[in-house]
Design a protein around this ligand. Structure first.
Ligand code: OAD
Length: 248
């Protein structure tokens, strides 16, 4: 791992325009469960039954009871970890320009990262299915489900459910920053959900180095990514940042 950390440090030192793509793995150390793998949400629930737009339309109370309430409780308590903080420090050093995140937990912004593209929307807000008014999730009274807007419409997360489109501006901007970057850090994503998983492919095809940080290989490993640093996001980012901030 030491050699790969040194390689990442060199690549980041030489970078003029680094970008990160993050997934649920970066927030595991903050206590938020991932979707896939051990302890993942999709091990306990069928995403088509509780995270698909058709499921929400058919039975919003069930989706709120199972998915939304569960997420609200963990996200309300979660704080950024060393992975999020490391990316914020890389941004402050002027190396990292943008974070594209598939996460809806708001932890990159809580860590202080300024340019964050929320590819799958956000859980920090709910929006009315009738009048489109947005309400901060922390102000939503979830004692009666599904919660309703003052207009009487049902509230839903301002996040992308299965079967829905990526917010067009998030997609368009992500494609643009992926095509322009010279280094892409791909942290904590299984890289199986499209179109997010195409961003590293766009970066690689445009000549960028793609550095994966993940305890496990992914479909990108050995095919799209230049190399994989196997480990948790917090530990690996701490080691990279220590070498960048205190060289020698
Ligand atoms: P996944 O749950 O699919 O993948 C989590 C990844 O994090 C796996 O590759 C793990 O090996 C890795 N991992 C585990 N522990 C880690 C650690 N400490 N540090 C770094 N990585 C670690 O999550 P995503 O790839 O984000 O979509 O999932 C993509 C999308 O699928 C989500 O945005 C969500 C879901 O369905 C929607 O809700 C639309």
């Amino acid at each position: 791992m030491d050699t790969l950390i040194a390689r990442a440090v060199t690549d980041l030192k030489n970078a003029r325009n680094a970008v990160a793509l993050t997934g649920a793995g970066i927030s595991i150390e903050s206590g938020i469960p991932p979707f896939r793998g051990k302890g993942g949400l999709w091990e306990r629930f069928d995403p088509m039954e509780i995270a698909h737009i058709d499921a929400f339309v058919a039975d919003p109370e069930l989706v709120w009871r199972v998915l939304v309430k569960e997420l609200k409780e963990v996200i309300d308590r979660a704080l950024p970890n060393d992975g999020h903080k490391g990316l914020e420090r890389l941004g402050r050093m002027g190396i990292l320009k943008t974070v594209i995140t598939q996460n809806v937990d708001g932890l990159h912004q809580a860590a202080g990262s300024t340019d964050v593209i929320e590819f799958h929307g956000t859980f920090a807000w709910q929006r009315c299915t009738e009048c489109e008014t947005r309400v901060p999730t922390r102000d939503v009274d979830a004692s009666v489900l599904p919660p309703r807007c003052s207009c009487g419409g049902i509230l839903r997360p301002d996040a992308v459910l299965f079967g829905e489109m990526i917010p067009p501006e998030a997609l368009w901007r992500s494609q643009e920053v992926a095509a322009r970057c010279d280094v892409m850090l791909v942290i904590g994503t299984s890289a199986v959900v499209q179109p997010a998983a195409s961003m590293p492919i766009i970066a690689r095809q445009s000549g960028a180095r793609v550095i994966e940080i993940n305890p496990e290989p992914t479909p990108l490993t050995g095919a799209v990514s230049s190399y994989l640093i196997r480990g948790g996001a917090g530990e690996v980012m701490n080691r990279i940042m220590a070498a960048l901030e205190h060289p020698g």
